[in-house]
Write a protein that binds this ligand. Structure first.
Ligand SMILES: Cc1cc2nc3c(=O)[nH]c(=O)nc-3n(C[C@H](O)[C@H](O)[C@H](O)COP(=O)(O)OP(=O)(O)OC[C@H]3O[C@@H](n4cnc5c(N)ncnc54)[C@H](O)[C@@H]3O)c2cc1C
Length: 474
């Protein structure tokens, strides 16, 4: 059996891993020069840096053990220390009522607490349609205005009143007032693990030599088992059988040379609109139109190398307030000291944008000038302490969920359901927010489906129901 997998992020890699380990013919096609997707690490100036901050927070024993068993992966257990800048101060994140009372002015904290409590007792008649509705119902208007609204504007570039409430449901894990009260009634959980997690509360796992250690170890294993990984390779066409509505072959192109791979099955983890565009003969017009409406946010990662051993003692800092250009920064060395030489430290700044917009096209110098102002203002880093800076740009990171997006998504997914030997999967392929541990599970499950030989409707469509219950870590 031959299987082609498009995209070598954690989802595609774990599918290829399982199939190759069972001696199936696997071709993994990746457009970048490296594998690992967003969960890759790279070397720069003697440092190992992640493509954005990544914590490994498995949700099941199986996924924890899968990663633990990978050759060369040494998982450290790290205490999660995050801060949020609010009203001129850094507070521990997630914010607790105690920290609000102790750290903020009586007027501000009274406003937060009253609107927080008010949100729980307010009559729940209003239909929850948007991100704004969802957050206000759970945390109150003051916390929405000061934290959630500005951070959403920075991340998605949209007013939360125009974003579907599903995004808040999938992404916000901070306990609301009802959860806090229920937690107090139920008492403290006796186990170290919270429900639906397989790591000690308040901690996360991290591979000693960078998050990419997980994905590169999976890739090594695929190659050892005879799987073929093609990087810097573009899929240029997906050819369907004229009568059977099944994939027959994939056209690929690498450095100007073209090849057609005959395949029994295609697992795609690339963005949905890209997948739709590749299919020959072309899907119906309404499917093409709907796929063009599915948009992703892009991300610039600006790395600043500092001439000091540590910038802070935290893994990350959030800057929700409008007055800050920054939204989130992370410090690589606080994930693992092994990744950065002792005399320096590296800050990674996440800047969301749309590919080809004004920010995307800005020079690193111009991005740095704005970022360093904020770092100086908040007392974290002075320009005189900076050794150098550079950026990495990722075109597809966050699926965008404007109100009503689900209609377009369903149109595209319903069409793809009809192609029996094609699965679209993962964060980009299912247009679904997820984490590394979810991606690994999604990829392994896709391989199980391929191996089962069962009809998609009877097997895969049912298996994927568990993806709806995935809860993100922020
Ligand atoms: C800033 C940031 C921080 C995050 N932090 C965490 C965290 O702390 N913990 C956590 O568990 N998760 C975190 N995540 C989520 C995690 O990165 C994703 O869940 C995971 O990477 C999704 O894996 P994937 O394989 O589905 O997609 P991706 O990793 O996006 O992989 C898709 C792959 O497809 C390739 N591709 C795209 N188009 C084509 C094409 N046309 N042809 C061939 N290949 C193509 C891409 O180059 C990429 O390699 C974070 C994500 C971001 C953006």
């Amino acid at each position: 059996m031959t299987v082609v997998v498009l995209g070598a992020g954690p989802t595609g890699l774990s599918s290829a891993f399982k199939l190759a380990s069972l001696k199936k013919d696997v071709y993994l096609i990746e457009k970048e020069s490296f594998t690992g997707g967003i969960c890759a690490s790279f070397e720069h100036s003697g440092c190992i840096l992640d493509l954005g901050p990544h914590r490994f927070t498995p949700h099941t024993k199986e996924i924890y053990e899968f990663v633990k068993s990978l050759a060369g992966v040494n998982l450290l257990l790290i205490k999660q220390k995050l801060k949020v800048r609010l009203k001129g101060k850094f507070l521990p994140y997630p914010i607790s009522p105690k920290d609000i009372i102790l750290s903020l002015s009586p007027l501000v904290s009274a406003g937060y607490i009253l609107s927080f409590l008010g949100s729980a007792i307010a009559p729940g008649k209003k239909e929850i349609k948007t991100y704004r509705d969802w957050v206000i119902k759970r945390f109150g208007k003051n916390i929405y205005d000061d934290i959630f609204k500005p951070i959403a504007m920075k991340t998605w570039g949209m007013d939360p009143g125009d974003i579907d409430s599903l995004l808040a449901e999938q992404r916000i894990s901070m306990p609301g007032v009802k959860d806090i009260i229920l937690g107090m009634i139920k008492g403290k959980n006796k186990s170290d693990f919270q429900e639906g997690t397989y790591y000690p509360a308040g901690c996360f796992y991290y591979p000693e030599t960078g998050i990419g250690n997980i994905t590169s170890s999976i890739e090594r294993s695929i190659r050892q088992d005879g799987g073929k990984t093609h990087t810097l390779t573009n899929a240029t066409g997906i050819n369907l059988h004229p009568e059977k509505r099944a994939v027959e072959s994939i056209n690929i192109e690498k450095s100007g040379s073209r090849e057609t791979l005959k395949t029994d099955f295609l697992i795609s983890t690339i963005p949905l609109p890209v997948l739709i565009k590749l299919i020959n003969p072309a899907p119906p017009d309404e499917v093409i139109k709907a796929s063009k409406e599915l948009k992703y946010r892009s991300l610039i990662l600006l790395y600043i190398i500092a001439r000091k051993s540590f910038v802070s003692n935290c893994i990350g800092h959030y800057f929700p307030e409008k007055e800050f250009y920054l939204s989130r920064i992370s410090e690589q060395k606080n994930f693992s000291e092994k990744t950065v030489p002792s005399e320096k430290s590296v800050i990674c700044i996440e800047l969301s944008c749309q590919k080809d917009d004004e920010r995307w096209n800005q020079s690193d110098e111009s991005l740095f000038k704005k970022a360093i102002k904020d770092l100086e203002k908040s007392g974290l880093l002075l320009e005189s302490e900076v050794e150098s800076f550079f950026s990495r740009r990722i075109a597809h990171t966050y699926p965008l969920y404007p109100v009503g997006f689900q209609k377009n998504l369903m149109t595209v997914l319903d069409y793809l359901k009809g192609i029996e030997n094609l699965i679209t999967n993962g964060r980009l392929g299912l247009f679904k927010y997820n984490n590394l541990h979810h991606s690994l599970e999604m990829g392994l499950m896709a391989a199980d489906h391929v191996l089962s030989g069962k009809p998609k409707e009877e097997n895969w469509e049912k298996m994927t129901k568990i993806f709806d219950a995935y809860k993100m870590i922020e």
